[in-house]
Design a protein around this ligand. Sequence first.
Ligand code: PRP
Length: 213
Amino acid sequence: MISIALAKGRLAKDGLELFKSIGIDCPDYSTKSRKLIFFSSDERYKFIMVKPSDVPIYVERGAADIGIVGKDTLLEEGKDVYELLDLKFASCKMSVAGFPDEKKRSITNNNIRVATKYPNIARSFFSQRKEMVEIIKLNGSVELGPIIGLSDIIVDIVESGKTLKENGLVVIEDICPITARLIVNRVSLKIKRGRIEDIIKSLEKSLEEKYDD
Ligand code: PRP
């Protein structure tokens, strides 16, 4: 059996649609279900629904052979897994944002405070540029940081830009584009090589058909 860790929520829904397009279905799955494990009809595939930030650890430790996860989580978690495919869905970007005034003010000011759910991404971005910042780790509603005065700027995901706009914030600088990625456990790729390679080839073909039209 091949086990696949999916990030609960939209990534799981889009991921399952992608697997369905290559003939791997998951008939019992529904967004309303509270079940955490589902099987394909032929019972050759097991889908495990995990918290998005936990997908890399499940795959790194071999609790799942394959995972679908956002590039943001991959960069943040820094786990030892093979990243084999850009699945192209769940597209957004990682950006530095703040009040429009911050655009004029140089981020090189020392001790600028950065609120973020992604402390590792933020730390690495600013340290590469030799900029000293204080990272404040939050677990959500990061946009509140500058509004409440907890931070000067934020590092966060921007998808439609609606959350920034409705809170009077703007993108100051983009860090990197983000999409969903297919990751594979290192040992699984050796011992289940044939089946995993077949899945990857089929997914590549399905993605080409979907995005190259
Ligand atoms: C994410 C992200 C932004 C928002 C961006 O938050 O952290 O806040 O979505 O999307 P937008 O550009 O389309 O507005 P999420 O909805 O996951 O909630 P959270 O802030 O509680 O983590």
